[in-house]
Design a protein. Structure first.
Length: 306
């Protein structure tokens, strides 16, 4: 008795080899999903934005589905893109794991890292993943706290490496990785800015952005009240979307719903916020620090584009 076996391959497909996903394309697709931008993904995978766009186009052609919605501000996954992302992450992870077995670093030991909550959510996870891929024998302990506390922990020798935000001069010798302007943000069409005293959404005491906001208002004698507090900028953003307050945040967080407070409201300028890195010179800290430059290129404030 003959039994037919279905391969789910379209009839007449003369090139079954093209049904194998390209690992480089999968890595690029993951980078786009992680960064939300073709330009930032291109920096991460060391390709040009046009080459990244071409890779995605070929991937969509191969699979016969649209993977991404593109507009002027951001890139969003389609339903089919969500499905592919899970597979792509697994493919890239298995490949990196295999390479680490044969070409892994002999460096071992422990690394004690401190960072503020926002960087702990946005930047640190990707760096830890990359560290595990390149130096799988390093054990990492992470502490999340305010930028002020992070610097104090480094001074006291409780951590090997400190990654932190600062709007003024850092308390410790540190490398300035990149900066962007702080802006007064509000809900588009919101009315919180009309209130007196001005309602603010701020982070916890010791946050550089909080200090910049309060210092700027006090410097011009503008009355304010803390209407909402959170340990992360996403909590502040939620308060702004609900029109409960205004906040001093990096300008890159502005979007269709959150806009810069118009100048006629007379809020004082805020200066810039910087991301700094301080390390104790240990081998494990230097190994982690070596991973930061390419990752910061992917989150630097660049307008999303295809």
């Amino acid at each position: 008795m003959n039994q037919k076996t279905s391969t789910n391959r379209p009839s007449g497909d003369p090139h079954p080899a093209i049904r194998t996903l390209n690992l480089d394309a999968a890595r690029t697709f993951v980078a786009i999903c992680d960064t939300g931008s073709f330009r930032r993904a291109a920096a991460r995978v060391n390709r040009s934005p046009s080459a990244v766009s071409l890779q995605v186009g070929k991937l969509e052609e191969q699979l016969g589905v649209r993977l991404l919605h593109r507009d002027a501000r951001r890139v969003r996954l389609t339903d089919q893109g969500e499905v592919l992302l899970g597979f792509a992450r697994r493919l890239v992870g298995i490949s990196d794991e295999a390479m680490a077995v044969f070409h892994g670093s002999p460096l071992s030991g422990s690394l004690r890292l401190a960072a503020p909550h926002d960087l702990g959510v946005s930047l640190v996870p990707g760096l830890l993943r990359r560290l595990a891929e390149t130096h799988p024998r390093i054990r990492v302990d992470v502490r999340l706290d305010s930028s002020e506390t992070v610097q104090r922990l480094f001074v006291e020798g409780d951590v090997n490496l400190a990654l932190f935000n600062e709007a003024g001069s850092p308390l410790v010798p540190a490398r300035d990785l990149f900066s962007e302007a702080l802006r007064w943000l509000m809900r588009d069409g919101g009315r919180a800015v009309e209130q007196d005293p001005l309602p603010l959404a701020v982070a916890e005491i010791g946050c550089a952005w909080r200090d910049a906001a309060l210092g700027a208002l006090e410097g011009v004698g503008r009355a304010y009240r803390v209407a909402y507090s959170s340990d992360t900028s996403m909590g502040q953003v939620a308060a702004l979307r609900a029109d409960l307050a205004v906040a001093a945040l990096p300008g890159s967080l502005a979007d269709r719903d959150l806009v810069e407070v118009p100048e006629h409201w007379g809020l004082p300028p805020l200066g810039r916020t910087h991301i700094y890195l301080a390390d104790d010179g240990s081998d494990t800290a230097k190994a982690f620090a070596a991973l930061i430059t390419p990752d910061l290129r992917s989150i630097a404030p660049t307008p999303p584009t295809t």
